[in-house]
Design a protein around this ligand. Structure first.
Ligand code: UD1
Length: 414
């Protein structure tokens, strides 16, 4: 298995281009099952998670082909409504096909995705949504099974603005007769991209990006072409790479509005950020200031940037506080950062970070964003950092070491 070998302590400079969004592509791929037509997606990142979702769709009978950043999904021969456990366990987001299958075939059987490294991640909100729409949902022998019963649009109040539950309900409701209203919906930019995609297919959805989404069910949806939005978390990771190395980087293909909470935080710390029409420039500070961070649903500070910011704060003189409110076990990068000399104490969901120097060490990526955080720490540290278990990083970063090399980082994969 490959590792990343990093020699740090060098300011990054130049230009890097961000790929399409993983978290926008995955639900859109699932939504393509709503039509028997051909869906053409452009700007699709080259990631292991996208390959797993392609496998999910292929298992169901779809034909998926890829050329560079274009993915073509032909759903004409979809003939199965079941996702077996060996596929479901590979990636939690495979559960996103359940809503589409229920809507198109009036039945679905999906193996429970189980927990994952960062938390238990239940499915109750997704299932509550399907039940409200009139599907008969059972949970037996590790499977979630659904059948259409007395289906029709309903008003659904989510107890928490879950991204996946909002997406799954949007997909099902698109083809469910009547009007569905989702209250306390997730507001992430990826939800807006899904709405735009579904509406292009012929759906009637309004309100994505706000906390109330209204979906008027239609009879059928058609295949379309769609370009996915840029990946705001990849962009954020490169912004922190520029900041942590006290560098100066132009980050191309970014929608600044999507990463406003990160921009505000970095500015508070003393980082200069100059937005342009298609990207932004990040200029590091030689005397960054400590800060406090609390992860929240969008438009709050993203949990998917918490680990990377903690790596940065571990290099900023003074005391910073990081509170994780979304996932119960998302501090696994802390013990690895400590190996590099970071002074971080964890009490429950709160981490107290006292910034200082970091020293290269052998560390392990325990999950996707934790892995990104360790690369960032390695870019700052003195000496060599070796990051192992980079299969986690391959799930969500397209060519990360080549992109970092392009802006002057000494990072190799072997
Ligand atoms: C999505 C993102 C992930 C991001 C997360 C939060 C994708 C593919 N993944 O994950 O990168 O970290 O949003 O921004 O888009 N929950 C329940 N019951 C449910 C569903 C969720 O209790 O039925 C809880 C989860 O355990 C978690 C919290 O709600 O603690 C947030 O989960 P959710 O917003 O659903 O995240 P995902 O859609 O899984």
């Amino acid at each position: 298995m490959d590792s990343f070998f990093i020699r740090g302590n060098k300011p990054l400079q130049g230009q890097v281009t961000i790929s399409g969004s993983k978290n926008a592509t995955l639900p859109i791929m699932a939504a393509s099952l709503l039509s028997s037509g051909e869906v053409i997606l452009t700007g699709v990142p080259n990631l292991d998670d996208i390959s797993v979702m392609s496998e999910v769709l292929t298992t169901l009978g779809a034909k998926v082909t890829r050329e560079n950043d274009v993915l073509i999904i032909d759903g004409k021969d979809v003939n199965s409504c079941e996702i077996p456990e060996n596929i479901s366990r590979k990636m939690r987001a495979s559960n996103l096909v359940m809503g589409a299958l229920l809507a198109r075939f009036a039945q679905a059987r999906v193996a429970y995705p189980g927990g994952c490294a960062i938390g238990t991640r239940p499915m109750d909100l997704h299932l509550k949504g399907f039940r409200s729409l009139g599907y008969d949902i059972r949970e037996e022998y590790g499977f979630m099974e659904g059948k259409a019963d007395k289906i029709g649009g309903k008003e659904i109040l989510l107890d928490f603005p879950s991204v996946g539950a909002t997406e799954n309900i949007m997909m099902t409701a698109s083809l469910t007769h009547g009007t569905t209203i989702i209250r306390n919906a997730a507001r992430e930019p990826e939800i807006v991209d899904l709405q735009n995609f579904l509406n292009r297919m012929g759906a009637k959805i309004r309100g994505a990006g706000l906390d109330t989404i209204k979906i008027e069910g239609v009879k059928h949806l058609v295949g379309v072409e769609h370009k996915v939005i840029p990946d705001r978390i990849e962009a954020g990771t490169f912004m922190v790479a520029a900041a942590i190395t006290r560098g100066d980087v132009w980050i191309e293909n970014v929608v600044s509005e999507h990463i406003q909470p990160l921009i505000s935080k970095l500015r508070e710390i003393g980082i200069e950020i100059i937005p342009g029409s298609s990207g932004l420039r990040v200029i590091g500070s030689s005397q960054p200031r400590p800060t406090d961070i609390k992860t929240m649903p969008y438009p709050g500070f993203p949990t998917d940037m918490q680990a990377q910011m903690m790596a940065f704060l571990a290099t900023v003189k003074g005391t910073s506080i990081v509170v994780e409110t979304i996932f119960e076990n998302r501090f696994m990068h802390v013990q690895e950062l400590r190996r590099m000399g970071a002074n971080i104490k964890v009490e429950g969901r709160v981490a107290i970070v006292k910034g200082g120097r970091l020293q290269g060490a052998s560390v392990e990526a325990t999950d996707l964003r934790a892995g990104a955080a360790l690369i960032l720490a390695g870019l700052f540290a003195e000496g060599e950092t070796v990051v192992s278990h980079i299969e986690h990083i391959d799930r969500g970063y397209d060519s990360i070491h080549e992109k970092l090399q392009g802006i002057g980082a000494e990072i190799n994969r072997k």
